[in-house]
Design a protein around this ligand. Structure first.
Ligand SMILES: [Zn+2]
Ligand SMILES: [Zn+2]
Length: 327
């Protein structure tokens, strides 16, 4: 089977031996396609993942071999995510599921940018679902990233009708803004790129170029989806006293938030990283019901062109790459 691996600062496609169940519980799935996540880019660019790693976790796949207590069967087209919390450790009991050791150690093998993937029984029982028929493959691949947004919104725990500002309208910002609206918030998005501002407006949500923002605007909650250090100042400028800033991305210089600003203005700054199974379930419902629309957000690439997908994403030429693996 073909896999795409990191190799000396590039992503190359190569052949490797086929996957088989060999009596194990779980499923071997044929990957139809896999979304390219911002976290894959970070792992690649900052060399967090070693040579030989297969990235990708936003998969849509067809079951080809299965031994499971679930109702899934050969031929089912499913969506899944990669990590599962134990539910019992100190992190899980306190709602920090993504800090759970078990969560970090569970994964899909070898990774989504592969023709076939092995899923454990635990994946099938906790984070796999049938792909809704009304969603195309690339639309369904937003199941995991939208789940991340849902968890961030729950962690921010804003009151209904609160004003939420989304800074950064890449694909994650577009998902976050729509999910916030679905949770009953009054949402406004901002970005520096006109096409991204227009995209959010086309979805019926207020959006502005950062430069056009009313200096007196105040948000109850600010959602940081931009990945730029400068966005931190924008957040501090527009969050109201006593408001919340939800950190949803790493930034290159890691400037951080000013101690005194947090203290005197009584701000809450909190992070959210990765989703719990319940957030993924909510994400699926938002996609299936059309409350979050992702049509035309993806640009489709073949597995052989995956390096191009990485380059185009890094250079902001596209909103989101979907690697179509089964032609
Ligand atoms: Zn992801
Ligand atoms: Zn745990």
């Amino acid at each position: 089977m073909k896999i795409a691996v990191i190799n000396k600062g590039k992503i190359i496609v190569k052949e490797t031996s086929d996957l088989e169940l060999n009596g194990r519980e779980g499923a071997v799935v044929r990957v139809l396609g896999c979304g390219l996540c911002g976290s894959d880019i970070v792992k690649f660019v900052h060399k967090i993942s070693k040579d030989g790693t297969v990235l990708g976790h936003e998969i849509v796949a067809e079951i080809v071999e299965i031994k499971s207590k679930t109702n899934f069967k050969v031929g089912d087209v499913i969506i899944t995510s990669h990590h599962i919390p134990c539910g019992e450790c100190v992190y899980c009991r306190n709602g920090n599921v993504s800090m759970c050791e078990h969560f970090k150690s569970t994964n899909i093998v070898p990774g989504g940018f592969s023709e076939y993937v092995y899923l454990t029984e635990e994946h099938l029982q906790n984070v796999a679902h049938l792909k809704p028929e009304n969603l195309s493959e690339d639309e369904a691949s937003f199941y995991e990233p939208l789940g991340c947004c849902v968890r961030a919104i729950k962690r921010a725990n804003l009151r209904g009708n609160s004003t939420a500002l989304v800074i950064g309208l890449g694909s994650i910002g577009i998902l976050m803004a729509q999910a916030l609206r679905a949770f009953g918030m009054d949402v406004i998005g901002c970005d520096l790129i006109p096409d991204r501002v227009r995209r959010l407006r086309d979805l019926g949500i207020s959006a502005l170029n950062v430069k056009e923002m009313d200096p007196n605007f105040e948000a109850d909650g600010v959602f940081m989806t931009s990945g730029s250090d400068k966005a931190i100042n924008t957040a501090l400028k527009y969050v109201r006293n006593g408001g919340k800033i939800l950190v949803f991305s790493s930034t290159p210089n890691n400037w951080g938030y000013a101690n005194n600003e947090i203290y005197y203005r009584e701000l809450t700054v909190l992070g959210s990283y990765s989703p719990a199974p319940i957030d993924l379930q909510d994400s699926l419902n938002l996609l299936r019901s059309g409350q979050v629309k992702v049509k035309d957000l993806s640009t489709v690439y073949k597995l052989d062109d995956i390096q191009q997908a990485f380059d185009d994403t890094m250079n902001n030429r596209i909103m989101k790459a979907y690697i179509k693996i089964k032609e």
